[in-house]
Ligand binder design. Structure first.
Ligand SMILES: *Cc1c(COP(=O)(O)O)cnc(C)c1O
Length: 400
């Protein structure tokens, strides 16, 4: 299949994105965007088409087949590149499809070092799919940066980082990890789903690849599944684009549109997520019936200093362990919540509560899970943008 991106878009993406020296709060709305060429539509049309008319073989307007490229997806990919301070964005059918594309850069015998309290689905993809193809994964607590080098071998090709981590809210020093990656010529990929570029831009901290589950904060309305990668380097972008097109895990135009629309309010939503997150973390930590609260904004959080230096604020993700510390204690609270909805996922406008041990992290063996602190009593909150008063009142009645 002829690739339209090879023809025109990569160079023009760089130009558009780099020409716009906008602040973040403007880039969410305008970054990489232009009015539609057809009728000047301010929002890109949803180009619900698989193919494009050609005047002569190869004679088309930059688009030949929608797996290779689709104008609505291109509009999203430009926006993604802009908000993450990269040059190239690639959008996929899900966050895991985006991670899958990154691992396909590797070959049998290659090794990956990943943080240990990684998203459960990433762990499952690494262990149960890619180990079969001869790629080896090491899981270590990367908040202890010095430990990483102990695991580097001649075959190490990729470092996989999440910060803040899910669900323990550990903070990994991205800049320090990037120095190790550069020293050994290893790629550094950062899953920026929890932080979003409102809070941190890993490419500016030395990462090679930023990955998103745009299903979460970027989409922001719990109505779409989509994944993204952003890079600066053209060669890496070409390799990932080859995989995107060759493996074909792309997102559709409607989903691209929804995430593009979500990104336009990312900065206002994130501001409120952070304000509400702070209010709730401070409420929980003072509550006599709460044993532990994990939130990087606390001054006594073990990685607070790094969080403060690499993030603009602390976000709306909080985990906690209630008094009693049993699974039943956690379930009792979760089932009583009324404003918080018990559900998988995070990052939407509505507040959600989850039980990692039986939900997001069920695919990680119990012993492995507990090593990183994901005990059966742990509750994870995705604090939404409702009125903080109602959220605290809801927690108050549920905790009792
Ligand atoms: C949800 C999530 C993913 C996976 O994304 P999907 O869009 O569900 O495929 C990866 N990483 C993190 C941190 C997530 O929260």
């Amino acid at each position: 299949m002829h690739s339209s991106k090879d023809n025109n878009t990569f160079e023009s993406i760089i130009e558009d994105v780099s020409n716009q020296k906008l602040k973040f709060n403007s880039k969410t709305i305008h970054g990489g965007q232009q009015p539609d060429k057809g009728y000047g539509a301010v929002m890109p049309p949803i180009y619900q088409t698989s193919t494009y008319a050609q005047t002569t073989p190869g004679g088309h307007m930059g688009y030949a087949y929608s797996r290779s490229a689709n104008p609505t997806r291109t509009a999203l990919e430009r926006s993604l590149a802009s908000i993450e301070n990269g040059n190239y964005g690639l959008a996929f059918g899900s966050g895991l499809a985006a991670i899958d594309a990154v691992i396909k850069l590797l070959k049998p015998g290659d090794e990956v070092i990943s943080t240990n309290d990684v998203y459960g689905g990433s762990y499952r993809l690494f262990k149960q799919i890619f180990e079969k193809f001869g790629i080896n994964f090491h899981f270590i607590g990367m908040q202890n940066v010095d430990k990483i080098e102990e695991y580097v071998t001649a075959n190490t090709r990729l470092l996989w980082v999440e910060s803040p981590t899910n669900p323990m809210m550990n903070i990994i020093d991205i800049k320090a990890v990037s120095l190790i990656a550069k020293k050994h010529q290893i790629l550094l990929a950062v899953d920026n789903t929890f932080a979003t570029p409102y809070l941190q831009t890993p490419l500016d901290l030395g990462a090679d690849i930023v990955m998103h589950s745009a299903t979460k904060y970027l989409g922001g309305h719990s109505d779409v599944i989509l994944g993204a990668l952003v890079v600066k380097n053209k060669e890496l972008a070409d390799q990932l684009y080859f995989i995107q097109n060759a493996s074909g895990a792309v997102c559709g135009p409607m989903d691209s549109f929804l995430v593009l629309r979500g990104i336009k309010t990312l900065h206002v939503r994130m501001q409120r997520h952070c304000e509400n997150g702070k209010a709730i973390a401070e409420y929980l930590v003072k509550h006599p019936k709460i044993e532990k609260v994990y939130w990087p904004g606390f001054e006594n959080h073990p990685n607070h200093r790094i969080a403060k230096s690499q993030m603009n604020d602390f976000g709306g993700m909080i985990s906690f362990v209630p008094q009693g510390s049993s699974k039943e204690d956690a379930i009792r609270i979760i089932e009583k919540l009324r404003v918080f909805t018990l559900a998988e996922s995070l990052g939407g406008v509505e507040s959600l509560a989850g039980h990692p041990a039986s939900m997001t992290h069920a695919s990680i063996p119990k012993a492995e899970r507990e090593k990183s602190g994901v005990v059966d009593a742990l509750i994870r909150l995705s604090v939404g943008i409702e009125d903080a008063y109602d959220l605290i009142a809801d927690l108050d009645q549920a905790i009792g």
